[in-house]
Design a binder for this molecule. Structure first.
Ligand code: ATP
Ligand code: MG
Length: 683
C-alpha cells in the first residue's frame, strides 16, 4: 500500500495531524481513536513524502511492548533502506543511546553498568546500613524518594532544600552518597537514563547542538505519562526546530506514582504557543457497548475538556460480570472459559488477554492455565534470569571467565557477606580508575595498601584469592566440579537462608541455582550436531558455555515478545496502547481495583483511569470477574465488589453468578464435566 493509499484510509482529522509538519503538533484523543496510527503513518509520510532521512527521526513511547508494536507497524510501511537509522524506542533506550554517545562528556568510562532497581537497592542498603540498621521499608522509601527527585530533575545538591521533613533530609543525604557511589562504580541507574542526558544537554551547548543536528523530528506516544525529566528531554531537543508530534490521552494517565505529569499537556501549550492541537473522536477499536462503558466510567473523573468518543463497530455483546466464590474459582473460571470460547468464537489463543491490577493475581491463573494445557505468555513477571539468586550465580560465572567484569565483581564481592562495605568499594573503584585497572586486578596491586586500611585490603585479598583458586581448579580439569565446589565452599545456601523470609523460599532459590548449573552442564555437553561448525571445537569449553548462558540471559530479557499463539497475561499498566479481541479484567473488587493504597491516599481517580485503560483494550468482548472471598494474610476475607462496577451502565451488564441459587460446587463440577467432554471431543 502506498503512503497516499494509507493516508486516504485515515479520517480527515487524522490526515490533518499527519500532514502538519511545520510546527509542533499535539493529538489529544481518547482510547482507540488512532493516535498511535497517526504516529506510525506520519513516520512513513516524513520519509516517503517529505523526503526526510529516517535517521533524523526519533519516535518514543513508554513500554518495550509498545515500542516493538510501533516498530512492527512502521516496518510494514518503510521498505528496505528507507527505514535505516530510524529510532523507534522507549524513552529510556533513547536516553541510553545518548549516554553511550556522550560517555566522555558525562565523565564515564566505556563499559559502564546499568544498575537495575535490585542492584540500586543493594547499594542503598549498604549505604544506609552504615549509620544504623535499616529495614526494607525504609530502603524502599528512600529509593522511591530519590527516584522522584530524579524524575523531577532535582539534583543531589538541591534535594536538601526540597526536603520538607527529617525523613526527606535523610533521604537527601543518602541521595548524595548514592550518586557519588554510582559514579565511582561507573554505573547508572534506571532514572539516570533520562536524567543524565537532560542535565548534559542543558549544561553543554556543544552536545546539545550535536543532538539537535541529529534529530530533526520527534514523535512521542502516550505523552500524558511523561515526567518532568522526559518532558525536558523532548523540549531541549526540539526547542529550536519546533518540529514534533506528541499524542496522548489525559484519561489514560496512569503513571503519576512514577512521576508522570499529565499537566505536561498544558505546559506544552505554554512553551510552544504555536502548538497545533488536533482532536480525534472516532474510535476504531471497540464495540459500542464497550465504548459506552468506558465513557460512562471515566465521566466520573473531572475533565478539562470533554471528549466524545463514538464507534461504528456495532453494539456487540453485553459486558459480562462474573461473580465467583473465591479467587481460585475466579482463576478456574477464566481458564475454563478461554478453553471453551476459543472453539466457540473460532478464536486463537492470542486473541485473549487477561488483565489484572497486580502481578500476584497471575499466580493462580497460571496454575489453572497449565492444568488445561493452555499456552500463555506472562509479561512483566519474574523470569528465571531476573531472579536474584540466578543473577548472583551468573555474576560469579561471569567473573570467573572475565575478571575485568566490574559489574559482576560489584554484585558478588559482598555476597555472601564478606564485610566489604561501600566505603571500601568506593576507594577501590577510585583507585582502579586511577590505575586504569579492573576492580578485580586492582585488589592485587600493592599501591592499594596506601588507600585502604590493612583489614579491608586483607578482606579483598581473601575474596580474589578465593576466585583465583576456583579458576585454577577450572583450568586443571573438571570445571563444573570446581563451580559446584565454589558454591558449597562459600556456603551460598546459608546466605539464602539468612535472607529469605521463609525456609521454603530459600530452598526454592537454592534449587534454582542448581538448575542453572545443570543448564550449564547441558550446554557444555550439547550434541555436537546442534552446534554450528565453527563453534563445535568449543563443545566442552566452560567459557563458551557461560557466554552462551549470558547471551541467553540478555535475549530472554529482550524476547519479552514472541509471536507464537498464546493467551496474554499482563497488568493493566503494561497493557497500555495494546488491543485484543477478547479481554478479561480480573479482581473487580474494592481494595484491589481501586487498590487499597489508592483509596487510602485519595487517588482513586488514577485507579479509574487504570480501569478505563483496561476496558478500552477490548475490541469485541469484555468480561469482568471478581471473587466474593480472597485470601489475605493467610485468611479468607470477604470482598466488596468494586465501586467501578456501579459506575458502568447497568443495562449493558450481564451478571453471572450473582444470585447463586444453585449449589456452587455442583455448578462448578458441571462446568468441569463439560470441559472434560469437550477435551475428549477434541482428542
Ligand atoms: P490507545 O489510546 O489505546 O493507545 P490509539 O488512539 O493509539 O489507542 P490506535 O491503536 O492507533 O489507537 O488505533 C486503534 C485501532 O483502530 C487500531 O486497530 C487501528 O489500526 C485502527 N484504526 C485507527 N485509525 C483508523 C482508521 N482511520 N480507519 C480504520 N481503522 C483505524
Ligand atoms: Mg496508542
Amino acid at each position: 500500500m502506498s503512503i497516499q493509499q494509507r493516508l486516504a484510509k485515515l479520517n480527515p482529522r487524522q490526515q490533518e495531524a499527519v500532514r502538519y509538519i511545520d510546527g509542533p503538533c499535539l493529538v489529544l484523543a481518547g482510547a482507540g481513536s488512532g493516535k498511535t496510527s497517526v504516529i506510525t503513518t506520519k513516520i512513513a509520510y516524513l520519509v516517503q513524502v517529505c523526503g526526510m532521512s529516517a535517521r533524523r527521526i526519533a519516535a518514543v513511547t513508554f513500554t518495550n511492548k509498545a515500542a516493538r508494536e510501533m516498530k512492527e507497524r512502521v516496518g510494514q510501511m518503510l521498505k528496505g533502506k528507507e527505514g535505516h537509522g530510524l529510532t523507534v524506542s522507549t524513552f529510556h533506550t533513547l536516553g541510553l543511546n545518548i549516554i553511550r554517545g556522550e560517555l566522555k562528556a558525562l565523565g564515564y568510562k566505556p563499559g559502564f553498568s546499568l544498575f537495575d532497581p535490585e542492584d540500586a537497592k543493594a547499594l542503598l542498603r549498604d549505604l544506609m546500613n552504615k549509620d544504623a540498621q535499616v529495614d526494607a521499608e525504609q530502603i524502599n522509601a528512600v529509593q522511591h524518594q530519590i527516584s522522584e527527585w530524579k524524575n523531577d530533575l532535582v539534583l543531589p545538591g538541591q534535594a536538601l532544600s526540597h526536603a520538607v521533613d527529617e525523613d526527606e533530609q535523610y533521604a537527601a543525604r543518602v541521595y548524595e552518597a548514592y550518586v557519588r557511589h554510582l559514579k565511582a562504580y561507573n554505573a547508572v541507574d534506571f532514572d539516570d537514563l533520562i536524567l543524565l542526558p537532560v542535565v548534559l544537554l542543558k549544561d553543554n551547548p556543544e552536545v546539545l547542538a550535536r543532538w539537535r543536528r541529529k534529530i530533526h523530528y520527534m514523535l512521542v506516544d502516550e505523552y500524558q505519562d511523561t515526567n518532568v525529566s522526559q518532558y525536558l528531554l523532548v523540549k531541549l531537543l526540539m526547542e529550536e526546530r519546533k518540529t514534533f508530534t506528541v499524542v496522548g490521552d489525559d484519561d489514560q494517565s496512569i503513571y503519576a506514582w512514577r512521576g508522570a505529569r499529565p499537566e505536561n499537556l498544558v505546559t506544552l501549550g505554554e512553551d510552544f504557543p504555536r502548538l497545533n492541537v488536533v482532536k480525534l473522536e472516532q474510535n476504531y477499536r471497540s464495540t459500542g457497548t464497550i465504548l459506552r462503558a468506558a465513557n460512562t466510567l471515566i465521566a466520573n473523573n473531572p475533565h478539562v475538556y470533554d471528549k466524545t468518543l463514538w464507534s461504528e463497530m456495532g453494539q456487540g455483546a453485553p459486558i459480562r460480570v462474573v461473580v465467583n466464590r473465591h479467587e481460585e474459582a475466579e482463576a478456574e473460571r477464566v481458564a475454563s472459559e478461554i478453553l471453551t470460547r476459543r472453539i466457540k468464537e473460532r478464536a486463537e489463543w492470542r486473541d485473549f488477554a487477561v488483565l489484572y491490577r497486580g502481578n500476584f493475581q497471575a499466580r493462580l491463573l497460571e496454575l489453572k492455565l497449565q492444568h488445561y494445557q493452555i499456552p500463555y505468555k506472562l509479561s512483566g513477571g519474574t523470569s528465571f534470569f531476573s531472579r536474584n539468586e540466578i543473577k548472583d550465580a551468573m555474576a560469579y560465572l561471569r567473573l570467573l571467565i572475565n575478571p575485568a567484569d566490574d559489574n559482576a565483581f560489584l554484585r558478588i564481592v559482598n555476597v555472601p557477606r564478606r564485610e566489604i562495605g561501600p566505603g571500601t568499594l568506593e576507594k577501590l573503584a577510585n583507585y582502579a580508575t586511577e590505575r586504569g585497572a579492573s576492580l578485580f586486578d586492582a585488589c592485587h596491586e600493592l599501591g592499594l595498601e596506601q588507600q585502604l586500611p590493612a583489614r579491608a585490603v586483607e578482606r579483598l585479598g581473601r575474596f580474589t584469592h578465593f576466585i583465583d583458586g576456583v579458576r585454577r581448579r577450572m583450568d586443571e580439569g573438571d570445571s563444573l566440579a570446581a563451580i559446584r565446589g565454589m558454591l558449597h565452599e562459600m556456603d551460598y545456601e546459608a546466605w539464602l537462608y539468612q535472607n529469605a523470609s521463609a525456609p521454603t523460599i530459600a530452598e526454592r532459590r537454592m534449587a534454582n541455582v542448581w538448575t542453572l548449573i545443570d543448564q550449564l552442564e547441558k550446554s557444555m555437553k550439547r550434541d555436537p550436531e546442534e552446534i554450528e561448525a565453527e563453534d563445535s571445537a568449543e563443545t566442552d569449553d566452560v567459557e563458551a558455555a557461560i557466554s552462551r548462558l549470558v547471551l541467553r540471559d540478555i535475549l530472554e530479557q529482550q524476547a519479552e515478545e514472541d509471536d507464537t499463539d498464546k493467551v496474554q497475561l499482563l497488568t493493566m499498566h503494561a497493557s497500555k496502547g495494546l488491543e485484543f479481541p477478547h479481554v478479561y479484567l480480573m479482581g473487580l473488587e474494592e481494595e484491589l481495583l481501586p487498590h487499597r493504597n489508592a483509596i487510602e491516599a485519595g487517588t482513586v481517580e488514577e485507579e479509574r483511569r487504570l480501569a478505563y485503560v483496561g476496558i478500552t483494550r477490548a475490541r469485541q468482548t469484555l468480561t469482568l470477574t471478581l471473587a466474593r472471598q480472597r485470601k489475605a494474610f493467610g485468611e479468607l476475607m470477604d470482598c466488596t465488589p468494586s465501586r467501578f462496577l456501579d459506575e458502568l451502565p447497568p443495562d449493558d451488564l450481564e451478571w453471572v453468578g450473582r444470585a447463586d441459587k444453585e449449589d456452587p460446587d455442583k455448578k462448578q463440577a458441571r462446568g468441569q464435566d463439560a470441559i472434560a467432554g469437550l477435551r475428549s471431543l477434541l482428542g
